[in-house]
Design a protein around this ligand. Structure first.
Ligand code: B1H
Length: 790
């Protein structure tokens, strides 16, 4: 570790790296100087880790992902290096506000939601555990769009995290790999030579990811697309300046923007180009690194484990076969075997609209050699499994889920329920043919970010109570259970939550136009906007509650603040309509003097990692209300439980396991099971029946339909009402009555302050299993065969 004082290093970087006189430095300059001072310390363990990995000739894990939703890195680095006190002190003596400096960092949103955030948690856990690993992805110039709310509606503007220098990355101009598209394939005997028609360069940018206590750091390598020629000199000399710049602009397009579709497939040519671009660059880089210390390519699986984060990098299968067979002379069969021994695949969703497939026309035009190889891989699989009916090719499509399955030695789901459903539904036949292939690895979250860093009050209390070994051994939270009957301790637990709520309330007052009363229950649903996540079930219950409070204001209602946040994919109109309904309901309900003491509604714009870090520690109740069978796991659900917000939820995804861990008496269960959902769908007019059976539901739907929340534009929300009363694919109407019933149980439970604190504390004490450290240990032993070098 560095021997110099952090403060001296900050001032040195301010002066010599940023060229700023302390008297004239702005927040940005201080933030960069602090980041560089912290980064220096990370680099030390980063080099040491790389050296150790080479010395041990250790197996490396390569995590290929279209998304890394890392958020801010400065506080993470400070926390993991245990520099918080020193950094705070340094800024105090400099007369600067530490929090302002930390919050100046842009939130790197190179992902949509859970899938991308999981990749970020995994990188941090891999470093904490000292497993040699690389994350590989795309250095998008523009991450997920910024969401504004104007007139109740979502408006999107481009995100510009790179408009300032990114403090954490190291550009690697020497790592520049040409990636080709299109062109011709010349077959000579068994092998082929592919001559692409066009090519761009993939340039690497490295970000070190440091683990807990700075004992290890791994690398996140993101690829940026660059034109091979900076501009067309001939056209420039002819005076065609715009045309001269065109090839450069076109090449850069590949890494320009993140597709904003969560759990849906984009199906665009540029998307396939992005997928091949980063996957091909990563594989080339992996082989280059292997070659630098090995000369027998057949031993590759001993040193290399490649994890495909969903099917987005599925082209890795045929590409690796191409590299081994066409370029390195392995037989086709050996190439497939070797590739499969390296590759494994995580499935994150069973939603049909999210399963990737590509038309063979497009696929063959961009990747002509790969199309032939996919055919051969599929034919070989068919030959080895003569009874099979499901294929990676058919109907003129390349099906990426099937392809990934066939090319992986292990395939995993992300919660016990989801893995079971994979075996019964989408991968039913492939599972039967390969009974050992599918395994479960229930998701987890890193406790460094999602408790230690985001919730200093609670983590302080935990450390006072049981010491600090919980930070990288989260199951130790169990030790809190012995304090539960201690009234003073429970008061302290409750006080931490109350203080978090007061802090959020202040922030809302400053930024959202109203400061919620911290004595209300903070009932929080924050996640991507999606019909299957059923924000419309929540707002419908809100409406029914508002109506009921108006009817009977003195019935002793438990005061609630309903908090929502989440982005809708720009072309997902129904999800955008739900955002508008929530905002419209908020306007009417919040202005109602009768109900105001008991009910408030807020939609906080621009949900991202940093906002989650603010909201979760202040939450009382966690809404995890997806239609059973649809949410593969969820990871927000774990963050809430860990931070002492009990769940109201369905038996879906990891909710099932959360309930098992925290105890059913500390979890508010409602709704149909996955099996009941499937049965219910076959009931004609299930929604109409549910509405007829529940007058409260009927009244709420009717209020939406007739425009109660859209004065002067009464048709505005009719579409939502007709959907709920009609097709209602996600069974909002059928689950409503039970949801309402259990919400009233929540009301009574919350009114008992001590009882609630106890339940919240038990959620914290029993959530240790949901650490991503546990998840990564599972991948290491069941899938990767790697090991820790610590
Ligand atoms: C999840 C996605 C996803 N599942 C396609 N699938 C995407 C699919 O841009 N695309 O094309 C982007 C994302 N994301 C989520 O993964 C699940 O819905 C969650 O339940 C799960 O917790 C998370 C991590 O496993």
């Amino acid at each position: 570790m560095s021997e110099t004082l952090l403060k001296d290093d900050i001032l040195r970087h301010l002066t010599y790296t940023l060229g700023k006189d302390p008297d004239h430095a702005q927040t940005y300059d201080w933030r960069m100087a602090l980041s560089f001072a912290v980064r220096d310390r990370i680099v030390e363990s980063w080099f040491a880790a790389t050296r150790k990995t080479y010395d041990a000739d250790a197996k490396r894990v390569y995590y290929l992902s279209m998304e890394f939703l890392i958020g801010r890195l400065l506080e993470d680095g400070i926390i993991n290096l245990r520099l918080l006190d020193e950094a705070r002190e340094a800024f105090e003596t400099l007369g600067l506000d530490f929090q302002t400096v930390v919050e100046d960092e842009p939130d790197a949103a190179l992902g949509n939601g859970g899938l991308g955030r999981l990749a970020a948690c995994f990188l941090e856990s891999l470093s904490t555990l000292g497993v040699p690993a690389y994350g590989y992805g795309i250095r998008y110039e523009h991450g997920l769009f910024k969401q504004g709310i104007v007139g109740g509606r979502q408006v999107e503007t481009p995100e510009t995290w790179l408009s300032q220098q990114h403090a954490w990355e190291f550009e690697r101009p020497e790592v520049r790999l040409p990636i080709g598209f299109g062109g011709k394939v010349k077959v000579t005997g068994e092998r082929a030579v592919w001559t692409p028609a066009e090519a761009v360069d993939a340039e690497g940018f490295d970000t070190p990811i440091v683990g807990w206590q700075g004992k290890w750091a791994n690398t996140l390598r993101l690829w940026s697309a660059k034109a091979q020629e900076p501009f067309d000199l001939n056209r420039f000399n002819e005076g065609a300046y715009a045309a001269a710049a065109e090839p450069e602009a076109l090449a850069r397009t590949i890494s320009r923007v993140l597709y904003p579709d969560d759990s849906t497939e984009a199906g665009k040519e540029l998307r396939l180009k992005q997928e091949y671009f980063f996957t091909a660059a990563s594989l080339r880089d992996i082989l280059r690194r292997y070659d630098s210390t090995h000369n027998d390519i057949t031993q590759l699986p001993k040193r290399v484990a490649i994890q495909l984060n969903d099917t987005h990098p599925a082209i890795a299968g045929p590409e690796l076969v191409r590299l081994l067979h066409d370029e390195r002379g392995m037989t086709f069969d050996d190439a497939v075997e070797t590739a499969r021994a390296c590759l494994s695949y995580t499935n994150h969703t069973l939603l049909p609209e999210a399963l990737e497939s590509w038309g063979e026309g497009l696929f063959g035009r961009l990747l002509p050699r790969h199309l032939t190889l996919v055919d051969r891989i599929d034919a070989a699989h068919a030959k080895a499994n003569p009874t099979r009916k499901v294929a990676a090719r058919g109907d003129g499509q390349v099906k990426m889920g099937e392809l990934s399955f066939i090319m992986a030695h292990k395939v995993n789901g992300v919660s016990a329920l989801h893995t079971g459903l994979m075996k019964e539904t989408v991968f039913e036949e492939l599972h039967r043919l390969h009974l050992e292939r599918i395994v479960n690895q229930t998701n987890g979250v890193t406790p460094r970010r999602w408790l230690l860093s985001c919730n200093p009050r609670l983590s302080g209390l935990i450390t006072e109570s049981i010491g600090d070994a919980w930070v990288d051994d989260l199951e130790q939270l169990k030790g809190l259970e012995s304090h539960i009957e201690d009234a003073a301790w429970l008061d302290a637990y409750h006080a931490a939550k109350q203080d978090n709520k007061a802090e959020l309330s202040n922030w809302m007052g400053q930024t959202q136009g109203f400061a919620a009363d911290p004595h209300m229950m903070f009932d929080v649903q924050i996640k991507r906007m999606h019909e299957y996540k059923r924000q419309h079930l929540n707002i419908l219950e809100t409406i029914a509650l508002w109506q009921e409070i108006r009817d009977n204001p003195n019935a002793g209602w438990t005061p609630r603040l309903k908090l929502f946040a989440g982005k809708a994919a720009p072309s997902y109109y129904f999800a955008k309509d739900i955002i508008r309904l929530i905002n419209d309901v908020a306007e009417i309900v919040n202005a109602d003097p009768v109900t105001s003491p008991y009910l408030k509604v807020a939609f906080i714009p621009n949900y991202n990692v940093s906002l989650a870090e603010k909201l979760i520690p202040a939450a009382d109740l966690s809404e995890q209300i997806s239609t059973a069978g649809k949410e593969a796991s969820g990871t927000g659900n774990m963050k809430f439980a860990l931070n002492g917000a009990p769940t109201i939820g369905t038996l879906d995804g990891a909710n099932v396991e959360i309930r098992e861990h925290v105890g059913e008496e500390n979890f508010f269960l409602f709704g149909m099971t996955a099996q009941e959902v499937m049965d219910r769908r076959s009931v004609a007019d299930h929604a109409a029946q549910a509405i007829a059976a529940d007058p409260r539901l009927a009244r709420a739907v009717e209020a939406v339909r007739k425009g109660t929340f859209a004065p002067g534009d009464t048709d505005r929300h009719a579409g939502i009402a007709y959907n709920i009363a009609g097709p209602d694919y996600f069974l909002v109407a059928s689950d409503f009555s039970d949801y309402w019933r259990v919400q009233r149980e929540v009301d009574s439970a919350f009114a008992d302050e001590k009882g609630w604190a106890r339940m919240a504390a038990l959620n914290t004490a029993r959530s240790g299993w949901f650490s991503s450290d546990r998840t990564i240990k599972g991948y290491v032993s069941d899938i990767w065969g790697a090991s820790s070098l610590l």
